[in-house]
Design a protein around this ligand. Structure first.
Ligand SMILES: Nc1nc2c(ncn2[C@@H]2O[C@H](COP(=O)(O)OP(=O)(O)OP(=O)(O)O)[C@@H](O)[C@H]2O)c(=O)[nH]1
Length: 326
């Protein structure tokens, strides 16, 4: 775990296209190594041995589907590779370049920074997602980034269901110098959120980040809890929350699609963060999510360290997925 944010990486560009910086690129490409190795390996195997034919295109499709890019996207990209190249020998680099280009086209419209509106004080960010998706860690990393940008951040331990979640948030609070408003385990998350918003106002905080529980097993209860949190916060600020971030764990693959569907319905998600892209060969799921929902992707998590929350940059991500260097 690193204790300081990379100065290279913490300008006033929260979520902006900050991708060309070398340190950022290194973290991204090494984080996505498992995904790119799986896709790149398949591409090399396919095209170095034979000329392009139907069978090669089909196998390429399968490799892309295995990396969770989604069937439609996989078929479209493999089709693009085939265009005008049948019966020709193509290089792995050529295929990777086409892959990167096509993936970038899908990602460009969703690569949007998280804009903190300074007119909202505090700007309230509600963070939702299933347990274990990386919510608390993401909140910590985000607090570090915002604090490094000179913003005053307050954290609310709204996941009152698990004592460990409250403790974990407190640790991030200490690490980032952000006050944490927390209650007892099992307490009412909505009243905690209310208190936190009042406290954040009193402290003249710029941003309040609210953690929530994510027990999808009981959708009705979860919906009730999230709705109550929003209703109660609106008593303090009728415009809150100003952003609702859904944290998705890339390692769950296709399951991420149903999580986006459910949370969009119950929580009015305004943007996504995809975590654990470093721990999976299925990083293509981000492309499938982008193609299906078109929701803004603000950040990606490529490790557990404080620096491992990267603003989402379409071109860099596409090149990293395709395994293109630099
Ligand atoms: N490798 C890797 N691990 C991550 C990333 N983000 C979070 N994690 C790890 O994933 C685990 C779960 O993260 P949490 O932040 O506790 O997830 P949560 O959604 O808050 O889970 P609950 O506290 O159970 O609600 C932790 O061990 C984190 O360190 C990431 O981008 N990469």
């Amino acid at each position: 775990m690193t204790d300081s944010t990379d100065p290279q990486d913490t300008g006033n560009d929260t979520g902006s296209d900050a991708g060309s910086r070398p340190s950022w690129w290194r973290r991204l490409s090494s984080g996505l190594k498992r995904t790119s190795a799986s896709i790149g390996g398949a591409i090399a195997d396919l095209v170095t041995k034979r000329k392009l034919d139907h069978a090669v295109i089909e196998e390429l499709e399968e490799a892309l589907i295995r990396a969770d890019l989604g069937i439609e996207t996989a078929v479209a990209i493999a089709g693009k590779v085939g265009e005008g190249r049948y019966d020709k020998q193509v290089s792995a680099d050529e295929v990777k370049a086409i892959l990167a280009e096509e993936v970038e086209k899908i990602l460009v419209p969703v690569a949007k920074p998280l804009v903190i509106d300074a007119a909202r004080k505090p700007f309230v960010v509600l963070v939702v997602g299933v347990n274990g998706s990386g919510k608390t860690t993401t909140i910590g990393k985000l607090a570090a980034r915002l604090t490094a940008e000179g913003r005053k951040v307050v954290l609310a331990a709204g996941d009152t269901f698990r004592a460990a979640a409250i403790e974990q948030l407190k640790i991030w609070g200490t690490r980032t110098g952000s006050p944490v408003i927390a209650g007892a385990q099992g307490g009412d998350a909505a009243s905690l959120a209310f208190e936190a918003l009042e406290a954040a106002r009193t402290r003249a905080a710029d941003v309040l980040i609210v953690d929530t529980a994510g027990r999808l097993q009981n959708k009705t209860a979860l919906m009730g809890e999230l709705e109550k949190i929003v209703r109660v916060m609106r008593k303090v600020d009728a415009t809150a929350p100003h952003a609702v971030l859904l944290v998705l764990d890339a390692t769950v693959g296709q399951n991420a699609l149903s999580q986006v569907e459910v949370f969009s319905k119950i929580a009015g998600v305004t943007g996504l963060v995809m975590t654990k892209l470093d721990g999976t060969a299925r990083g293509g799921i981000l492309v499938a999510v982008a193609a299906k929902f078109g929701l803004p992707v603000h950040f990606i998590g490529v490790g557990e360290g404080v620096d491992d929350l990267s603003p989402f940059a379409a071109k860099d991500f596409a090149r990293a997925v395709a395994g293109i260097d630099g």
